[in-house]
Design a protein around this ligand. Structure first.
Ligand SMILES: Nc1nc2c(ncn2[C@@H]2O[C@H](COP(=O)(O)OP(=O)(O)O)[C@@H](O)[C@H]2O)c(=O)[nH]1
Ligand SMILES: [Mg+2]
Length: 271
């Protein structure tokens, strides 16, 4: 299980030279954490912003996010870790920042942004053949250091940012569906937001043309035969949990125009 606390996160950051802050390409603004960035800077480590799940957004949009973040002074890459795309550029960026080699890399971010996928992508397809570095001092059984190549070592324990914020923020920052008292308002907020940016998102994901969040949840529940035993009403709570889960499994596609992020001012959008 991934334990999310700022203390654990700090322990991971302290062990690294370079920290990758993993963002969801659909919501790079909301999945950034100023608090993590300040911590990395305060501890004297180098930061790379990694826009992951870039296969879900147009390339020109990914390029635009990259330019915006680089203008803020952060080295930025975009990638699709699940498809092992972008790892070469990521490795090059890590090496460019390394003050000496081997460089130790930590992967941090909100839950479900793709930290484990990035660690696996860096380890390579033949991760069975990559072995932990034996006898590396200060590394317990739980925190292992993997050798990616001669120059790059990676911590196999991701740094998980604790999920905070309002309902919408908690949703896109990966709070798990089970952790919401009522998953229905959480899913409704997400659905409304997604529809604003991609009116076809739920047609593509669930085959429904409905535009009302509750009707979309009803459609999903009825389609899958989820009903209350007593009343036979559609079990929309189950549908809501499904939507929240599917969102993080990258089944729901949309993008936010980066111009919107610039207009709203970065200070307001970052925790
Ligand atoms: N489409 C897409 N899905 C991804 C990508 N990277 C990760 N995912 C999916 O996102 C979900 C969370 O990924 P995971 O690596 O477990 O995230 P973690 O919680 O940050 O470690 C999984 O369902 C992954 O398959 C990506 O680049 N593209
Ligand atoms: Mg993980």
């Amino acid at each position: 299980m991934e334990l999310a606390s700022w203390r654990t996160l700090a322990l991971v950051v302290k062990k690294a030279d370079v920290v990758l802050e993993v963002l969801d390409a659909r919501e790079p603004g909301w999945t950034r954490s100023r608090r993590l960035e300040r911590m990395v800077e305060a501890l004297g480590k180098r930061l790379v912003l990694v826009i992951n799940k870039a296969d879900l957004i147009p390339r020109r949009v990914a390029e635009k996010w990259k330019r915006i973040f680089e203008n803020e002074g952060y080295p930025t890459v975009y990638m699709a870790a699940r498809h092992h795309m972008g790892t070469r550029v990521l490795r090059r960026t890590i090496l460019r920042l390394a003050e000496s080699t081997p460089v130790v890399v930590a992967v941090a971010g909100y839950p479900k942004t793709g930290k484990s996928s990035i660690i696996n992508a860096l380890k390579g397809k033949h991760s069975a053949s990559t072995s932990p570095v034996p006898g590396s001092p200060g590394y317990t059984r739980h925190v292992q250091l993997y050798r990616v190549d001669d120059k790059i070592y990676i911590l196999d324990t991701p740094g998980v940012i604790p999920v905070e914020g309002g309902l919408f923020e908690r949703v896109v920052r990966g709070r798990s569906p089970e952790e919401f008292d009522d998953p229905v308002p959480a899913a409704a907020v997400l659905i409304e937001h997604v529809l604003k940016h991609n009116p076809l998102a739920f047609l593509e994901a669930y085959g429904t043309r409905e535009r009302d969040p509750y009707r979309i949840l009803e459609h999903i529940a009825l389609h899958r035969g989820w009903r209350y035993k007593s009343t036979r009403e559609p079990l929309i709570e189950e549908a809501a949990r499904t939507v929240l889960r599917d969102y993080h499994r990258a089944k729901i596609k949309y993008y936010v125009p980066p111009e919107e992020y610039l207009l709203q001012g970065r200070g307001r959008r970052l925790a």
